[in-house]
Write a protein that binds this ligand. Structure first.
Ligand code: GLU
Length: 466
């Protein structure tokens, strides 16, 4: 069997972290089985669907690297097909027209409520053998209802939750086409899963209640029933439903906040799934492991500290030049555009990447190399003013030694060592004032490395300044 999975978001908002996890699992499952992954945009809710949300989904999928083999398909472009299937069901008697007016339905509901019954459609237009239906009332456009089985149960073995069954008596006859002829949500999903030959549906467990209805319609159509796996929710760190407040924001917000897609993918993979104690693994490794098993049945909690920790790991392991490409736009956003005469951004990223957890933090740290140094009054008083008498001659000597020769970390380290020996100073007695003068701060990686990353003329000019 060729595995075919799909991700079927409704474009009514951004692609949030829960949707991204569903997409990742459906994608990885298809890749694991060398199957096909399909992207389907469920845009039939025209009131709430927006082109911006469609774009946000496409952007998010691209950023995460979840490439679709087929699609995106848009449900709004498939209307003729849905109408065709509705006509077929009417002809075959698996669906029927219902002329109940809104008022009648309201009266039905009110009566059921007074009798303490669960409100449901009472089947008054459902054709039954030997039952005479009234003549359709004039001036009412009928809806089309699915003729749900009346008894028995609809059951499936959920690949995540295990066996689930619903009594058919609980399911009333679902409207599959509104009175204006437009098909309804559950119906479109069924026709699409059928036409797209989906073998495995992985989706959020808010859809568990839809599944028996969808299975019954598939059976009525003579269509194969896919396997279903319903993913538990993602909760916030406080155990509450994940919300904006927790960062249930667009996946693109994570890009903006300086997370690497590889870190987010690794993080999402571990959110409700595990492979032994493995915490850090590549996308390829995840695909090799993810066969749909070991998905947790209980909700998972979003843990920002862990995401930051993973991000720091991936930052550290990133290629310096790749990091520079990702950091440059963030520097530009704060008005810094490194020129060829300034520190090489790739070298800067290499020096700082162990000290940052996000690209934004890395960009902030990189300011060190591009901004004019400004020494705080506190640092000045502590380290420079008044300076120990040996400092001024030592700084001058150091500057002289730096004026010629190689401009490398090693050459600078040698000049530093020679200056310390000549003036009887210890490393911090010189390194701290040097850092302050060149960078305006005492907090930098190793002094020889950071000086080597700066242009020689800039270092010399700053060392000579007071
Ligand atoms: N469009 C649905 C949603 O965004 C998903 C439907 C499905 O996966 O079957 O929740």
């Amino acid at each position: 069997m060729v595995v075919r999975t799909r991700f079927a978001p409704s474009p009514t908002g951004f692609l949030h972290i829960g949707g991204a996890r569903t997409a990742l699992f459906a994608w990885a499952f298809a890749r694991h089985h060398e199957g096909t992954f399909i992207l389907r945009i469920e845009d039939t809710d025209i009131e709430r669907s927006t082109p911006e949300a469609v774009q946000a989904i496409l952007d998010g999928m691209r950023w995460l690297g979840l490439d679709a083999d087929e699609g995106p398909f848009y449900q709004m472009q498939r209307m003729p097909r849905y109408r065709e299937v509705i006509a077929k069901m009417l002809a075959e008697g698996t669906a029927y027209r219902c002329w109940c007016t809104k008022e009648e339905l309201e009266a039905m509901r009110a009566e059921q409520e007074t009798l303490g019954l669960k409100p449901r459609y009472d089947g008054r237009w459902r054709p039954e053998r030997g039952r005479e239906l009234p003549a359709p009332p004039p001036g009412v456009d009928p809806v089309v209802r699915f003729r749900n089985p009346l008894d028995g149960a609809t059951a499936w073995n959920d690949t995540i939750k295990g066996p689930i069954a619903f009594d058919n008596a609980e399911l009333d006859d679902l409207i599959i086409a509104r009175s204006d002829g437009t098909p309804t949500y559950n119906f479109c999903v069924v026709v699409d899963d059928w036409d797209m030959a989906i073998t495995h549906v992985l989706r959020g467990d808010d859809h568990v209640n839809n599944t028996p209805r969808q299975i019954n319609i598939l059976r009525a159509l003579g269509a194969p029933v896919p396997e279903y796996g319903h993913l538990p929710m993602i909760h916030g760190p406080d155990g509450q439903k994940l919300s904006k407040r927790h960062g249930a924001v667009s996946v693109m917000q994570y890009d903006e906040d300086g997370y690497l897609p590889e870190a987010v993918v690794n993080y999402l993979a571990r959110l409700g799934w595990s492979h032994g104690d493995e915490e850090i693994f590549s996308r390829e490794q995840f695909v090799a492991w993810f066969d749909g098993s070991h998905v947790s049945r209980s909700p998972s909690r979003f843990d920002f500290d862990k995401l930051r920790w993973l991000n720091a790991h991936y930052l550290k392991g990133s290629d310096d030049a790749d990091l520079a490409v990702r950091v440059l736009p963030r520097l530009a956003a704060s008005g810094i555009v490194p020129t060829p005469g300034e520190a090489d951004p790739a070298v800067v990223c290499g020096l700082l990447k162990e000290r940052a957890q996000t690209l934004n933090e890395l960009a902030d740290l990189a300011h060190l190399f591009y901004a004019e140094p400004s020494i705080s009054a506190e640092d000045r008083a502590k380290h420079l003013d008044p300076a120990p008498p040996a400092l001024a001659p030592a700084l001058a000597d150091f500057a002289t030694r730096l004026a010629d020769g190689d401009w490398t970390k090693e050459a600078i380290a040698a000049a530093l060592k020679a200056t310390l020996a000549a003036h009887g100073l210890k490393m911090p007695q010189l390194a701290i004032p040097v850092r302050l003068k060149v960078f305006g701060t005492t907090q930098t990686p190793s002094v020889d490395a950071v000086l080597a990353a700066m242009p020689r003329e800039v270092v010399l000019a700053r060392l000579k300044l007071r």
